[in-house]
Design a protein around this ligand. Sequence first.
Ligand code: PGA
Length: 244
Amino acid sequence: MPQNTLIVSNWKMNLNLISTKKLISKLKSLKTSKNIKNIVCPQYLLIPYVRDLIKSSQIILGAQDCHFEEKGSFTGDSSILLIKEYSCKYVIIGHSERREYHKEKNLDVKKKIKIAVKNNIIPIVCVGESFLMRQNKSYLKFIYKQLDECIPKKMGKLIIAYEPIWAIGTGLIPTIDDITEVKESCKKFLKTNKKIDDIKFLYGGSVNSQNFFEIRNKCKVDGALIGGASLLEQEITNILKGDF
Ligand code: PGA
């Protein structure tokens, strides 16, 4: 049984002050296993509010992105320094929605990982293929390229979130064998090419309370990055209260 299962809620650009307060008070009322790390990643403007709401609870705060510089003329961006000041311990980097809508390249992702690590924030690095790549079987080649170009050598702690683009918000998920194959392949690639041993591997993409435990138990992943279901009180509660 894996220790310290990471349940990472990616709220994306959802929730307001009222719905955040309601969801956080629900999460705080849960008696969860000590083996769970319950990490919530709100949009930037909610971070200070959530930081105050989760005081004296087990909930851990994360951010959804950061800029690759600590400060400067980057209108509209947010700095890792403030993310740190507001007690975020994790930051999601390279989500496919950032790659698609903000044209983030692997090199940008690498710089973001470096600035996060420099500031002692643990990066949760997203990789994953399109449906076409899955169909024409070029997915591993694509993921290896992402890992090769995004991950600095000899990093300390690294969390990889495998999120096939075609599984995000669609209700489709890869098979147990598919997830296991990508997990084993990524770990092997990172060990051989980047000399990184300490890797946690998450699965993300249409995770819900019905499929989470099968994925966790059969694929032996270290947790999940959860979008849609993390916004639904009953869904996230059923996951967090499960058998860990
Ligand atoms: P989903 O999103 O759980 O709604 O598919 C996951 C993600 O994009 O991180």
